[in-house]
Design a binder for this molecule. Sequence first.
Ligand code: ZN
Length: 323
Amino acid sequence: MITIEGAENLVDDRIAYANANGLSHRVGATYREPTSPWRVVWHDTEFRPSSVENARVSAIKHRTPPHIWASFEFNWVGLTVPLDLAAYALYHDANDPETNHMHALQIEVFGFASEGFSAEKCDWLGRRVLKPILNAGFPIDIYNVTPTTGGDGYGEDGKVRLSWDWWRTFNGQCVHANVPGNVHWDVGIADLTRIARAAAPPAVVNGLTSLHVGGPKVMDMTNNPNNGWINLCIVGQPNEAGETAVYHYSAPSVEALHEAVPENLGGDVSSVTCGWAGSRFVVIGVGAKDGKMYTRYWENGQWTPTWFNTPANGLVGPDYPTP
Ligand SMILES: [Zn+2]
C-alpha cells in the first residue's frame, strides 16, 4: 500500500464503513491503463469541515472518494485510497476513455470552487501534499500545469476543459475542470505553478553566451537605465533532476537578440519586454516550453534570486498582456 508522509491513514476505516453500508467503491481499483503517465488532479469538496473529526468522517463516508483529503484550515491530510490503486472522484462514462483508471492521483481539498486556492493554500498544498507525493516516487512533471478558471469552467465544453488526446499523455498537475468527459469546474482559480514551487523549487541555472546578462551588463543598466538594451529570459521545463534552466540574454537590438538565442531554445523574442518600474528594472519573458510568463527584477544592485509568475508578483499589474 503506497501512502504519503504526513497523511492520516483512513484506508481501513473507509473499507469498514463501505462494507457495513453496502458501498460499491471500497478499497480502490486496479489502474486499467498501466502504461499511462501519472498525473495529479486537484478537486475541492464544496464543503468546509467544522473540525478535524468532521473532515475525517466526511472522508470515510464519501461514496466516490479520492486518494487524499486536505484541510488547509486544520493543517490536516488524510488518505482514503492507497496511491497504487485507482480512486473514484472523476466521472467516467462507459463509452469514454478511462479517467480514474489512467494513473490519476486525486486530492480533494476542503473549500469552495468559488474561492479558488489562495496563495497561502497553494504553498501549504505544495508542502503537505505534492511534495510527499513526489517523495513517494511518483514521476509527476509538476511544472507541467493547466489553465484554471471560475464558474465558466462548468460543463463538458467549459472554458478550460481539455481533450482526450491531452488527457492520455498528460503527466503534470491539473484540476477537475480540465478533465474531459466531466462537467465539474472545481477547483476554481488556482496557481498550480505556485504549488509546484512550494513542493520543489526550481534550481536557477544561468547560461550561456557572451550576451548573458549578469555582472558587467547589469552595471551598465545601473549607470544608464535607458541604454536601450533588450532583455530576454527563457525558463525551461525542469529536467529529470528537477532543475529548471533559466537563460537570460541582453542585446542592443531585437535583431542582435535573435542572433544571440540558440535556435533550439525556441525563445519567442517578440513577446519579451523589459523596463523600469520605479527603482526596479523588470524583465519579463516566456518559458520556452511551458509558455508561461516569468518575471525577474533588478533593484539595489542585484537581481532577485528567483523568478516569479508575472500575474502573481504585483510588479506590473494584473492586466499585463500574456502572449
Ligand atoms: Zn471534483
